[in-house]
Design a protein around this ligand. Structure first.
Ligand code: UGA
Length: 435
């Protein structure tokens, strides 16, 4: 079985590498010649734990290859995945489907016989049907099937999410395509992974509804966290107490500075746009977006308040720039709100992130990028933790105490215990717990 993966971005690369690990022959195609050259030489454009090993291993065994030649790859493929980006269209909230439709047109021109075309990218409801129309128009006499097979990969744990998913969603129109997709995911049968067969539209909604629900869950606990602060409760206890109810579940109940990343912010916006078009506004999701945006701004205000009115010239140490740990992705990260706000007030910022600094340098050049966590803290008036990287969880507190000019720590990820911090003599501020 041969798979063509159109788009060697995050989703395409992870999915392609994982399918090749299952034993299939996979060709990843991208029009970015620079990226393909790098990949051919084994250099990856993104950081994702274990991905490099997986790619190298399968490249070596010749099950995984990279090319810009879409025509050849499509010709020999039994199934073609579309895994190109669907960015937001100029701040409108709409998903920009240009790359999807371009891919569909190119695939149509190259098809020699029956093919299964699968969308892996996150696409608005109705896109599968539109792809079908596009291909049919170009190749009216060739038989093909369209499938919607959304991904649920989290950055930082994408390989595990692919290999051990909670479920696989297969939106199809024919039995033939369904059976074929089941063959592709056969290696997961051993784990008894549920395969959910749906229509194209249902599969498309499942993806947006899942991300919107998770974003809403995070936002819910963030609001509860604010209340906990006011009444002297502990949000971690509250999250545990409600999460142990099996109907609610414990995951995605960590209070934080507001969700970020390339998916929740973009997908929630695209979802409410689509819902409005169908005259069924998704008010909970609309509120989630607004609350999250405000939260990020409030986080900056909170730091400024704690730091005191005269921030000009004060030195602030910042740990963590990525939107979450185990990724180099800084898209919509809280750091992108906090750093400009503190800079505007005249603070001098010293920052460190294990993998995110190269990406952040593309956006922000007025901070000092440090080589390690402790370097940020020398004579700093304040230490702020923005991302919960493991290496920040067990820092040497005595050393920090000596390095800081003022023993003040703001922890927006709740990774330290307030009582321990008090014992060490820090003024410690976290979320949803007593200062
Ligand atoms: C998300 C979904 O979790 C994946 O299932 C989905 O496949 C992916 O989007 C996508 O659509 O491609 P991802 O954006 O990688 O994955 O990151 P998450 O782990 O979901 O975290 C998103 C944001 O929520 C982060 O900023 C994180 O810090 C925040 N978060 C998450 C919290 O603040 N608290 C939590 O309890 C969980």
């Amino acid at each position: 079985m041969h798979i063509a993966m159109v788009g060697a971005g995050y989703v395409g690369l992870v999915s392609g590498a994982c399918f090749s690990e299952f034993g299939f022959e996979v060709t990843c195609i991208d029009h970015d010649t620079g990226k393909i050259k790098e990949l051919q030489q084994g250099r990856l454009p993104i950081y994702e734990p274990d991905l490099e090993n997986l790619v190298h291993r399968n490249q070596k065994s010749r099950r995984l290859s990279f090319t810009t030649d879409l025509q050849n790859a499509v010709k020999k493929a039994d199934v073609i995945f579309i895994a190109v980006g669907t960015p937001e269209r100029r701040g409108s909230g709409h998903a920009d489907l240009r790359f999807i439709y371009d891919a569909a047109k190119q695939i149509a021109h190259c098809m020699g016989g029956y093919k299964i075309i699968v969308t892996k990218s996150t696409v608005p409801i109705g896109t599968g049907k539109k792809i079908k129309e596009i291909i049919k128009k170009i190749r009216p006499s060739i038989k093909f099937d369209i499938v919607s097979n959304p991904e649920f990969l989290r950055e930082g744990s994408a390989i595990n999410d692919f290999m051990r998913p909670d479920r696989v969603i297969i939106g199809v129109e024919t039995e033939e395509a369904y059976q074929f997709m089941c063959q592709l995911y056969r290696p997961l049968y051993l784990r008894e992974t549920p395969i959910v067969r749906t229509s194209l539209e249902s599969a498309e909604i499942i993806k947006y509804a899942s991300n919107s629900f998770l974003a809403m869950k995070v936002t819910f606990i963030n609001q509860i966290s604010d209340l906990c602060e006011k009444v002297g409760a502990n949000v971690q206890d509250v999250a545990k107490g409600i999460g142990l109810d099996g109907r609610i579940g414990q995951k995605f109940l960590h209070a934080g500075p507001g969700f970020g990343g390339s998916c929740f912010p973009k997908d929630t916006k695209a979802f409410i746009r689509t819902a409005k078009e169908y005259k069924t506004p998704q008010l909970l999701v609309e509120a989630t977006i607004k609350i999250n945006q405000n939260r990020k701004v409030n986080m900056a205000a909170r730091i400024i308040k704690i730091a005191g009115p005269r921030l000009k010239g004060k030195k602030i140490a910042i740990l963590g720039l990525t939107f979450k740990p185990n990724t180099d992705d800084v898209r919509e990260s809280i750091a992108l709100t906090i750093l400009p706000a503190l800079h505007k007030k005249g603070a001098k910022l010293f920052v460190f992130d294990p993998y995110g600094m190269a990406e952040m340098k593309k956006h922000i050049n007025y901070v000092t990028y440090c080589d390690h966590a402790y370097e940020t803290m020398k004579q700093a008036d304040l230490l702020v933790i923005l991302t919960e990287w493991n290496e920040f969880r067990a820092l040497n507190l005595s050393k920090i105490k000596k390095l800081l000019h003022n023993p003040v720590i703001i922890d927006l990820r709740n990774i330290y215990n307030p009582i321990d911090m008090q014992k060490f003599g820090f003024s410690y501020y976290s979320l949803g717990r007593k200062a």
